[in-house]
Design a protein around this ligand. Structure first.
Ligand code: NAP
Length: 344
């Protein structure tokens, strides 16, 4: 059923939506507690059920919970595909993802079912770029293993040859995917550490070249010439395993790989192999496959890899702002209005 057909059947309010009494008929599922006051705003205009646990609902649980809902406010760990939308029912009209990435949602399936999809871009750009820079330094300077040496009472002395790292000043930064977060990361490292910039992008980024002096190159060139490679592409069928064994094989043995985008963009077996052989210097990952990554995984055990539990956007400022947008998107979708941030 198309969006307009849904409106005609009364599942969505019509062309002049009035929030409040109209949306009150609607029922929405929020798949995790979110920070800030915005859920209260949502409760004032519709019936809201919030999954109360920190661990996501299982697929079975999710199927049970979505039935009859008009709107879903979802997390990146919830797989929202055509099957789930069908289980929800024809009245479903909006899926509002609490993330900028929406690879967990089958957007084509949503379109064919007249379901609009929203995300939360921009407000998490600075926080995620800050984390990419943090990971770059943590991986380059052995910050976690060196700190653990202190905690574990293993710090014996100051060593001229101990914990030697690599530094970014004046070196070459390769940004894979010059979108919002890629740009913000480049700005920090070019402006702050005088790095030279290479980047990949399918679209023209003339403004970046003017502002930061970067050069758009093919991925192979970027990998071969960069001292630090930071991954920022969206996860799609085309970018899955983009950084595979072949790609890692092109990187310098002194280089550092950072990934704050999505785990599936990097072939983790190839990364483990490269780190074990010291074919690259180190890696810093905020995202992995799967999440959480088991504690006995070879990457977790590698002294050359820093792994964080997907905390790129985890600041009070970003997460509160994401809540606001996600709720605005949901309310607009229920009312048949354009979403504040739409991906469809
Ligand atoms: P964005 O502005 O949309 O940037 C993504 C970039 O990916 C685009 O500039 C696009 O560049 C490129 N891209 C898309 N499809 C591609 C393809 N098939 N092949 C090559 N390049 C492709 O998004 P953003 O706000 O910077 O966020 C980037 C990603 O970071 C998100 O998708 C999300 O997965 C991740 N993220 C992670 C965290 C975290 O907590 N770690 C937080 C926020 C975001 P062109 O179209 O010009 O090629």
């Amino acid at each position: 059923m198309s969006v307009s057909e849904k409106a005609a059947k009364g599942n969505r309010v019509d062309e002049t939506p009035r929030l409040g009494m109209e949306t009150m008929k609607h029922s929405v599922l929020v798949t995790r507690q979110i920070p800030g006051e915005s859920l209260q705003r949502l409760r004032e205009v519709c019936e809201v059920e919030v999954w109360p646990e920190a661990i996501p609902p299982s697929r079975e649980e999710l199927c049970r919970l979505v039935k009859g809902r008009h709107g879903l406010l979802t997390m990146l760990s919830d797989r929202i595909d055509g099957e789930l939308m069908d289980v929800a029912g024809e009245q479903l009209c909006v899926v509002s993802n609490y993330a900028v990435g929406f690879n967990n949602i089958d957007v084509d399936a949503a379109k064919t079912r007249g379901v609009v999809v929203g995300n939360t871009p921009d407000v998490l750009t600075d926080a995620t770029a800050d984390l990419a820079v943090s990971l770059l330094f943590a991986a380059s300077r052995h910050v976690l293993p060196a700190g653990n040496q202190v905690r574990e009472g293993e710090w014996k002395t100051w060593e001229p040859t101990g914990w030697l790292g690599v530094e970014p000043s004046g070196k070459t930064l390769g940004i894979v995917g010059m979108g919002r977060i890629g740009k913000a990361t480049a700005k920090r490292l070019v402006g702050g550490w005088g790095m030279n910039l290479l980047y990949t992008s399918r679209s023209d980024q003339g403004d970046v070249e003017k502002e930061l002096g970067g050069r758009r190159v093919e991925l192979d060139t970027l990998l071969a010439e960069s001292d630090f490679v930071s991954v920022h592409v969206a996860l799609t069928d085309e970018t899955r395993n983009l950084i595979d064994a072949d790609a890692i094989g092109k990187m310098k043995s002194t280089s550092v790989l950072v990934n704050t985008a999505r785990g599936e963009i990097v072939d983790q077996d190839a990364l483990v192999d490269a780190l074990n052989r010291r074919a690259i210097f180190a890696a810093g990952l905020d995202v992995t496959t799967p999440e959480p990554l088991p504690a006995d995984h070879a990457l977790v055990k590698s002294p050359h890899c820093v792994i964080l539990p997907h905390i790129g956007s985890a600041t009070h400022t970003s997460r509160n702002a994401m809540s606001e947008i996600a709720v605005d998107n949901l309310i607009a979708g229920l009312a048949g209005k354009p979403l504040r941030c739409s991906v469809t």
